[in-house]
Design a protein around this ligand. Structure first.
Ligand SMILES: Nc1ncnc2c1ncn2[C@@H]1O[C@H](COP(=O)(O)OP(=O)(O)OP(=O)(O)O)[C@@H](O)[C@H]1O
Length: 246
């Protein structure tokens, strides 16, 4: 069974056609990078995977569950599919440790000893074990984003969605976050779907690269083919040459 399957998916915001005939299969354990110009529908697509955006027609199956079916428990999907946002979305009135321990306690009923142990291991993984008792307001953007990643991992998701995780960061912090993401991609069996403009990351870590424009998938290639060969789609080639020149 694949992790994610889109079949002829359409999405509208009012009259605006945001996703057109999306067909896409992502296998378990794959790291897939979604690229494309601003407004091409990347965020919309990634947000449909955990039900943050609904679809208008077609079929979307995540870990065997049809998201359009009334029988599907969306809370279960959100437990299994974590998300990391551009703007971190940490609870600012809770310590770093509390941010990481909250959902496992409330949603999974994980006991405090075990919960703290998992949280500390994850803080270690993201290189911030010394910040456990800090409040988010004391952290830099890059540190906040690494905490947001640890918080998401604490739920032991099967899949994790990253929606432009480095776009709001100062340049010197971007690599710290990308390095954590690389580590996760290499060392875990999790499925990762990443919207990013970081082509170095896409090339090094992505198994596949999906190029979107105007709500459509125009190119779906192995990362190596995409960067070392040439995308067959003209707009994908233009996008790539522009982005690599800059
Ligand atoms: N809630 C909404 N209501 C109406 N239109 C929306 C909504 N969300 C997104 N859109 C529109 O849908 C289109 C696709 O937006 P989306 O955010 O998915 O693109 P994107 O490729 O992620 O862009 P960016 O790289 O700038 O984040 C855009 O034209 C946007 O204005």
């Amino acid at each position: 069974m694949s992790m994610i399957e889109f079949h002829n998916v359409e999405k509208y915001y009012g009259k605006f056609h945001a996703l057109t005939d999306i067909n896409l299969t992502i296998e378990k354990g794959e790291t897939v990078v979604l690229i494309g110009p601003s407004g091409s529908g990347k965020s919309t697509l990634i947000r449909t995977i955990n039900g943050l955006e609904s679809i208008n027609s077609g079929q979307l199956v995540v870990n065997g569950f049809d998201l359009a079916s009334k029988k599907t428990n969306m809370n279960k999907i959100r437990r299994e599919v974590g998300m990391v946002f551009q703007h971190f979305n940490l609870y600012n009135n809770k310590s770093v440790l509390e941010n990481i321990m909250l959902a496992p306690r409330v949603v999974l009923g994980r006991k405090d000893d075990e919960n703290k142990k998992v949280a500390m291991e994850l803080l270690d993984l993201v290189g911030l074990a010394d910040k456990a008792e800090s409040m988010p307001s004391m952290l830099s953007g890059g540190q906040k984003q690494r905490i947001a990643i640890a918080r998401s991992l604490a739920m032991h998701p099967k899949c994790i969605l990253f929606d432009e995780p480095t776009s709001a960061l100062d340049p010197e912090m971007i690599d710290d976050v990308l390095n954590v993401m690389k580590k996760i991609a290499k060392d875990s069996s999790m499925t990762m779907v990443v919207v990013t403009h970081e082509m170095g990351f896409a090339r090094e870590v992505g198994d596949r690269v999906i190029f979107m424009d105007e709500g459509q998938i125009l190119e779906d290639d192995q990362a190596k083919e995409f960067f070392d060969g040439q995308p067959s789609n003209e707009r994908a080639r233009q996008f790539l040459s522009k982005i690599i020149k800059h």
